[in-house]
Design a protein around this ligand. Structure first.
Ligand SMILES: Nc1ncnc2c1ncn2[C@@H]1O[C@H](COP(=O)(O)OP(=O)(O)OP(=O)(O)O)[C@@H](O)[C@H]1O
Length: 252
């Protein structure tokens, strides 16, 4: 079983300390975990620290996986390379593996991920000619094609239409269940979080302020603390929890 835990982790940019001592409970694999918080709260910074891109004290403890099994999809993937979609996914698969010979299994993995995300038709298109939503789907394919056991995704649905948001969240949920991977998604849409993520970690001003089962964690008091928004969680007529926003309770 794969899991991840932070113990008194520091994350800094040079002298600027964003997290002084961030700790989490064990984050289990096999299900989706949400990372939530306001703009500039520290979500991407926490991902960078887990991914080994930032230094600092404390322990990032992986069980059943290591940094070589980790893929981090940043918010802005800046796809400028003169490659086709298919080539870019092959490149992502080859990252860290060495050699260019493609086995039948590797080609099948590329075909499978493109089909799974319903972007096979984009295979031959240059990255530079894709729409924002298409780029985001390709980026997800690049992140998952090697079937990593630790997956960190920064706002993976931010450029997608409603249908694609639903499809991608479902795809990610099944990916986590199939592979047992620790899959953490930074998300702003709390209804997506409630629909898809079993566990939620909330950050504010460089501190982890809550972590636990999603429905127990996303309480109105926490929403107010994180976002300055008065909100309710109610059950819709089909039995699903929904976040209803009433009003802003702070300026700015
Ligand atoms: N390269 C950097 N150098 C210095 N400070 C940075 C750097 N990147 C981010 N920060 C700062 O770190 C803090 C946390 O930023 P971070 O990008 O982690 O927030 P976030 O929660 O991901 O925000 P958003 O929802 O807006 O993407 C902010 O104060 C930000 O200005």
């Amino acid at each position: 079983m794969v899991s991840l835990q932070l113990n008194a982790v520091e994350a800094r940019y040079g002298r600027k300390v964003v997290y002084a001592e961030a700790s989490t409970p064990e984050i289990a694999g096999g299900r989706l975990t949400a990372l939530v918080g306001a703009n500039a709260a520290g979500k991407s910074t926490l991902f960078r620290r887990i991914a080994g891109q930032l230094a600092g004290k404390g322990e990032v403890r992986f069980v059943g996986a290591g940094l070589h099994d980790l893929r981090y999809m940043p918010q802005d993937t800046g796809m400028t390379a003169a490659l086709s979609v298919y080539e870019s996914v092959i490149l992502a698969l080859k990252q860290g593996r060495g050699g260019w010979r493609m086995g039948a299994g590797e080609l099948a993995a590329v075909d499978e991920i493109l089909a799974g995300l319903k972007i096979t038709a984009l295979s031959g298109r240059p990255l530079s000619e894709l729409s924002g939503g298409q780029r985001q789907l390709v980026s997800i394919a690049q992140t998952l094609v090697s079937r990593p056991r630790i997956v960190l995704m920064d706002e993976p649905t931010s450029a997608l239409d409603l249908y694609r948001q639903y499809e991608v969240l479902e795809y990610l949920r099944l990916y986590a269940a199939d592979t047992g991977s620790v899959t953490i998604l930074a998300l702003h849409d709390l209804n997506q979080v409630m629909r898809a993520c079993t566990m939620t970690i909330a950050v504010a001003e460089g501190r982890i302020v809550a972590a636990g089962p999603t429905l127990e964690t996303l309480r109105p008091e926490l929403i107010r603390q994180l976002y300055g928004i008065e909100a309710r969680v109610e059950t819709c007529s089909r039995g699903c929890p929904m976040m209803i926003v009433d009003r802003a309770v702070r300026e700015g």
